[in-house]
Design a protein around this ligand. Structure first.
Ligand SMILES: NC(=O)c1ccc[n+]([C@@H]2O[C@H](COP(=O)([O-])OP(=O)(O)OC[C@H]3O[C@@H](n4cnc5c(N)ncnc54)[C@H](O)[C@@H]3O)[C@@H](O)[C@H]2O)c1
Ligand SMILES: O=c1ccn([C@@H]2O[C@H](COP(=O)(O)OP(=O)(O)O[C@H]3O[C@H](CO)[C@H](O)[C@H](O)[C@H]3O)[C@@H](O)[C@H]2O)c(=O)[nH]1
Length: 335
């Protein structure tokens, strides 16, 4: 039996592939490489290049492999882009996932783990925020994911599907063995941006908002190490193998760090005091988004290994240096 990982050439998916292979699982990756990289896919995985909503591709995969479950990461993930181009997000997230689920169910695959997001909570009044908090996404990206959660709930209610939706908080860091990491060009996430500034890939960075009602005036987020996140997926898969049920869980550590604390950690660990510009609040940003993780700790017996800002930053920095060397090597190859 094999696990189908959609989006396995991307940031989180490429970590998932390694975790599955490390556990001795057979893995098939489906990715159209629109933002992912073929080099990020572990060599032992079977790679199929194509779109998740293409019935012929799903048929090809299910004819060639005995797929027992899908771990579904593929999608479009940039919040501001979703505001500028909502159709892309409803098409590539909501519609494409509906097609994927439809084709998978027809092929007899009825277990799914889905990448949801804390963006569903919008700007939550309370912190930490639990799964039963009313959902109020602030962007088409968040709404496109909320619609998927609702579709999965309704399909599961018929008994046709068993799924786990994991609402990720702020994913960061890289594989501790440096086999993969966040490699997206033009990334906007705080830790990635700060690591790029620390390694000279950008001249400096901005702090978006210094007048929040927090201890140091900057916004708080719950940063979760990507390896702990993919381990939660593996636990969810093992759960579905034993118990045919469906549920939704927050994925975060339950405590937050401010933007200043993150930047200080990156400067301290890199030894580079890169320039900072103090800017206005970013539209749609919340003062604090922190997970209530009681449910995932209980339900999956999840035991995070890397719940430490310095570890997350160190692994992200190491990966940024690895990427810089990789790109230098590629340029030398061309010249
Ligand atoms: N990175 C985060 O902080 C974060 C937070 C919450 C949720 N998520 C969710 O996690 C998932 C993975 O995010 P990521 O950060 O790894 O993004 P990513 O862009 O690195 O990975 C997405 C992958 O999906 C592929 N893809 C996109 N559309 C496709 C399609 N139609 N058919 C086939 N392949 C397609 C891309 O080529 C890429 O390899 C996404 O669903 C995202 O919404 C991410
Ligand atoms: O250059 C930067 C980048 C970010 N920030 C600040 O750092 C914090 C974190 O910002 P990120 O862009 O890293 O992450 P977000 O919290 O905005 O959102 C991320 O986490 C969400 C879950 O909470 C969703 O998953 C969403 O898709 C994902 O982008 C915010 O206060 C932001 O204003 C800066 O000050 N400067």
């Amino acid at each position: 039996m094999a696990i189908l990982v959609t989006g396995g050439a991307g940031y989180i998916g490429s970590h998932m592939v390694w975790t599955l292979l490390d556990a001795g699982e057979d893995v098939v990756v489906l990715d159209n490489l629109c933002t992912g990289h073929e080099w990020a896919i572990a060599g032992q995985a079977h790679f199929v290049r194509g779109d998740i909503d293409d019935p012929a591709i799903i048929e090809r995969i299910t004819n060639a492999h005995d797929i027992e479950a899908v771990i579904h990461f593929a999608g479009s993930v940039v919040v501001p882009e979703s505001v500028a181009d909502p159709i892309k997000y409803y098409r590539n997230n909501t519609c494409a996932t509906l097609a994927l689920v439809d084709h998978c169910l027809k092929a007899g695959i009825n277990r799914l783990i889905f990448s949801s997001t804390a963006a569903l909570y919008g700007a939550p009044e309370e912190a930490p925020v639990a799964e039963d908090t009313p959902l109020a996404p602030l962007s088409p990206y968040g709404t496109s994911k909320l619609m998927i959660e609702q579709m999965l709930r309704d399909i599961a209610a018929t008994g046709a599907l068993h799924y786990v939706a994991l609402r990720y908080f702020n994913v960061a860091g890289a594989d501790p063995h440096q086999r993969t990491g966040q490699s997206t060009d033009g990334a906007t996430h705080l830790i990635k941006v700060a690591c790029e500034a620390a390694t000279g890939k950008r001249p400096g960075m901005s702090v978006f908002g210094t007048d929040y009602d927090t201890a140091d005036g900057t916004a708080l987020r719950d940063y979760i190490h990507v390896s702990d996140l993919v381990n939660a997926h593996y636990l969810a898969l093992q759960h579905l193998r034993i118990k045919p049920e469906s549920f939704t869980l927050n994925c975060g550590y339950g405590h937050g760090y401010s933007v200043y604390e993150v930047i200080d950690a990156v400067k301290r660990l890199s030894g580079n005091d890169f320039p900072i510009q103090l800017g206005q609040r970013r539209v749609g940003d919340s003062p604090r988004v922190i997970a209530d993780n009681t449910a995932i700790l209980e339900k999956l017996d999840w035991q995070p290994q890397y719940a430490d800002l310095d570890l997350i930053v160190q692994h992200a920095l190491d990966w940024e240096k690895h990427l810089a060397q990789r790109n230098m090597g590629a340029q030398e190859g061309v010249s």
